[in-house]
Design a binder for this molecule. Structure first.
Ligand SMILES: Cc1cc2nc3c(=O)[nH]c(=O)nc-3n(C[C@H](O)[C@H](O)[C@H](O)COP(=O)(O)O)c2cc1C
Length: 173
């Protein structure tokens, strides 16, 4: 089944989780940034998995991104990667599932990266936005854990992401 694992990622953590999920899903799955997940990449897709970091307890907004440009974070190990649109913007532009799946049911799943004990989150909002576009949830939202404010991922989290991808693959078969 053609599957895309779409990510927004400033310091590479969410991108690495997306890559691990795609590996777990196996053949037919590809991790891609929001900039890549457009047009032909969406055609005939059967499962859309989307993920973002949790920033300020929620799904990053345009305001969050504008702040990153206006006040670059001096403590960050590298400048935030703002080369691809936010998942929020990507979801607004995402065609309805009827268009992407050629009329077939298209399934959806969402994940977030952040701290274990952080309130709020972003995956719930991502899943709701996917549902509003006609994508049918295939799994509960998932959080993958980072060690510090800018990552890296906690030990074992990429393996857990791969295993979650494999489970997802079975659920949508
Ligand atoms: C300014 C800032 C705010 C953050 N706010 C939260 C938060 O509210 N909750 C949380 O769990 N993690 C928070 N984090 C941690 C990020 O979610 C974490 O580093 C994330 O994995 C970054 O993913 P990325 O490398 O894909 O951009 C924050 C990080 C930064 C830099």
């Amino acid at each position: 089944m053609k599957t895309i694992v779409v990510y927004e990622s400033y310091w590479g953590n969410t991108a690495s989780v997306a890559q691990a999920i795609a590996e777990g899903l196996g053949e037919g799955a590809r991790a891609m940034s929001t900039a890549e997940a457009v047009g032909e990449a969406l055609a005939g897709v059967g499962l859309v998995v989307a993920g973002s970091p949790i920033i300020a307890f929620s799904l990053p907004s345009e305001k969050t991104r504008n702040n990153m440009v206006a006040k670059p974070d001096k403590k960050a190990p590298s400048p935030a990667d703002l080369s691809h649109p936010s998942i929020r913007t990507w979801l607004v532009a995402l065609p309805h599932a009827d268009a992407s799946g050629g009329g077939a049911v298209v399934r959806a799943a969402a994940f977030e990266t952040g701290f274990k004990l952080s309130p709020g989150g972003s995956a719930g909002k991502i899943l709701r936005m996917l549902e509003e576009k006609g994508y049918r949830p295939a799994a509960k939202k998932q959080r993958f854990l980072v060690k510090g404010l800018y990552g890296p991922m906690k030990d074992g989290e990429l393996d857990r992401a791969k295993a979650w991808g494999a489970e997802l693959g079975k659920a949508v078969k």
